[in-house]
Design a protein around this ligand. Structure first.
Ligand code: ADE
Length: 223
């Protein structure tokens, strides 16, 4: 898989894309992630990419030209399954969406910034808008990092058996059961007896029942 992220503040993406599971997936060659600095497509000494919005609203808007050039530079080189724009207007990211995106070969993620981007780019070049929740972020970079993380960990080989995505919350539509590690007794707080029983069948039954009970109690709308 290849993910090209277009951003006006590429430094914001530096850390999340260079640690832990994403870092390992990149090193293993499972995913190639490129961050494109939108300012490279800006005009003049200041590499300007934004301008005042028509209509008198306060706030700067990212101009068509740098966005058009950045996106078409990429789309002229290969086919993209999705040209994503991160926006609170978009479909809310959930596990089924992450699963679908993880089967793509090439993805562009355009990060919004300032007031947003010129709407004509959304109409003509963007094929999918994704929100990571019903709140407004200062820019799309954190959303792009969240989407990338949710997708990359699902690429076969990105996770080891230990961290298998199959036991994640939401993967079977349920929250994950509680987990524990040693010691079995910490200041009198005890690990559930069944987990110490060594009986895989009983343990699995307990985990399934806990997953169901926790989902009913905490996130009933998932059922
Ligand atoms: N940009 C600003 N807010 C956002 C959100 N909630 N999701 C995705 N991108 C955003």
């Amino acid at each position: 898989m290849r993910i090209d992220i277009i951003s006006a503040v590429p430094d914001l993406l530096e850390s999340p894309l260079n640690h832990s599971i994403i870092k390992r997936a990149r090193e293993k060659g499972l995913v190639e992630i490129n961050v494109i600095n939108l300012h490279d497509y800006g005009k003049g000494n200041y590499k300007q990419i934004d301008d005042y919005g028509f209509g008198g609203d306060a706030g700067m808007v990212i101009k068509c030209e740098p966005l058009y050039n950045a996106i078409t530079d990429l789309t002229s080189m290969r086919n993209y399954d999705y040209v994503i724009y991160t926006s609170p207007d978009g479909d809310i990211l959930d596990q089924p969406m992450a699963n679908t995106l993880s089967t793509a070969e090439n993805i562009i993620i355009l990060c919004g910034h300032y007031k947003g981007i010129d709407h004509r780019i959304r109409e003509h070049l963007i094929t999918k808008e994704i929100s990571i929740g019903n709140y407004v972020l200062s820019g799309g970079e954190l959303a792009a990092a969240v989407i990338t993380d949710a997708v990359v960990r699902l690429i076969p080989g990105a996770l080891t058996d230990e961290t298998s995505a199959l036991s994640d919350s939401f993967q079977d539509g349920l929250l994950a059961p509680p987990i524990y590690t040693r010691p079995a007794d910490f200041n009198g707080w005890k690990v559930p007896e069944v987990l110490l029983s060594g009986n895989p069948k009983l343990i699995k039954e307990w985990q399934e029942q806990q997953a169901l009970e926790r989902t009913k109690a905490l996130r009933p709308e998932l059922l």
